[in-house]
Design a protein around this ligand. Structure first.
Ligand code: NCD
Length: 323
């Protein structure tokens, strides 16, 4: 079996699939951000379309719920003039590789060019990429607790727009790191792009045991963890992924780890506040902060379209140059 890092890139080093941040280098990540920048202006034009992927067929295959991710992939495909078919497929946790592959091969028989996949199992997109025809690209839209690379890239895009560069930046990621595929992708992207320091702030019960090996500094309280940071990324408590009671109560959690205006004052005075959504107001973030002047949460959503346009067009590109 080819390893993830080899599977994502073709022989020329171009993106063929987009499965994880792990295995990619700074120049590929920067190319995604620069390409997204060139697409961002299209979204504000009167005619929000370019013919880049005309005639291509993209299938959104969502085995897990989604609002923002699915909608922005649909809009990204539409703005590139591709045809997109969105499918929500309910699945039980006992669903095995075989039935997943049957689904894929049936849709593949309809001459599609790309799959955008969200699945509750870690490694699902990677598995699919190993089994599709060589001309088909696979994009990971979130696999279990593993990675959510397009979310991380839209977050990097949002950070770069606000702060211009990654050098010297201190970033704190707060909350349910343990269950978060978003955090795993963000940590890797921030380190690859050269952030000064990536901190995680969480109670012990919401941190993976080997978290330091991801390249972060661990803090167990907001008072010390938020001091002097330039970017605060809040995460949702992923209750659906918690098998046992890992927390005392929501109000207790908010008191210790929720982002209030008071706690935000510990960060740099022009720090930005981010959240991948969906937000739980009053649980991990107060409404005043979520809707306040330092929040870029809705910009993240909008940036998701340009970044997904970049990833769709770059992965489709590998074929043109390959013949
Ligand atoms: C995240 C996800 O699905 O991983 N949301 C998203 O894609 N915007 C995070 C979450 O569910 O909390």
């Amino acid at each position: 079996m080819r390893k993830i890092e080899n599977l994502q890139l073709n022989e020329q080093g171009q993106l063929q699939h987009f499965l994880s941040i792990e295995g990619l280098n700074k120049s590929t990540l920067t190319e995604i951000l620069d390409t997204a920048e060139s697409f961002a202006s299209i979204s504000s034009q009167d005619v929000k379309k370019v013919p880049l992927l005309r005639g291509k067929t993209i299938v959104n295959l969502f085995f897990e719920n989604s609002t923002r991710t699915r909608a922005t992939f649909e809009l990204a495909a539409a703005r590139l003039s591709a045809d997109i078919l969105s499918m929500s497929i309910a699945t039980s946790s006992t669903s095995k590789g075989e039935s997943l592959l049957d689904t894929i091969h049936n849709i593949e028989a309809m001459q599609v060019d790309m799959f955008v996949v969200r699945h509750s199992l870690s490694g699902a997109a990677h598995f699919i990429a190993q089994h599709v025809a060589p001309h088909v690209s696979v994009i990971n839209a979130g696999d279990g607790q593993h990675e959510h690379p397009t979310q991380a890239m839209l977050d990097m895009f949002t950070i770069r727009r606000a702060k211009q560069q990654f050098t010297g930046l201190r970033v704190a990621i707060v909350g349910d790191i343990l269950h978060s595929r978003v955090a795993r992708s963000q940590i890797q992207a921030l380190n690859i792009l050269g952030a000064e320091e990536v901190r995680v702030i969480a109670p012990k019960t919401l941190l993976p045991t080997d978290v330091e090996s991801l390249g972060v500094t661990v803090y167990y309280d907001m008072q010390s963890g938020l001091k002097d940071v330039d970017v605060v990324i809040m995460l949702r408590l992923q209750k659906e992924r918690m098998s046992s009671a890992l927390l005392p109560s929501e109000s207790e959690y908010f008191k210790c780890y929720g982002l209030s205006e008071d706690k935000l004052r510990l960060a740099h005075k022009d720090a930005i506040v981010m959240h991948p959504g969906p937000i739980n107001r009053g649980v991990e973030i107060s409404s005043k902060v979520a809707d306040g002047p330092q929040s870029v949460i809705l910009q993240q959503v909008n940036n998701g379209i340009a970044v997904r346009m970049a990833v769709l067009s770059m992965t489709m590109q590998h074929r043109k140059e390959h013949g």
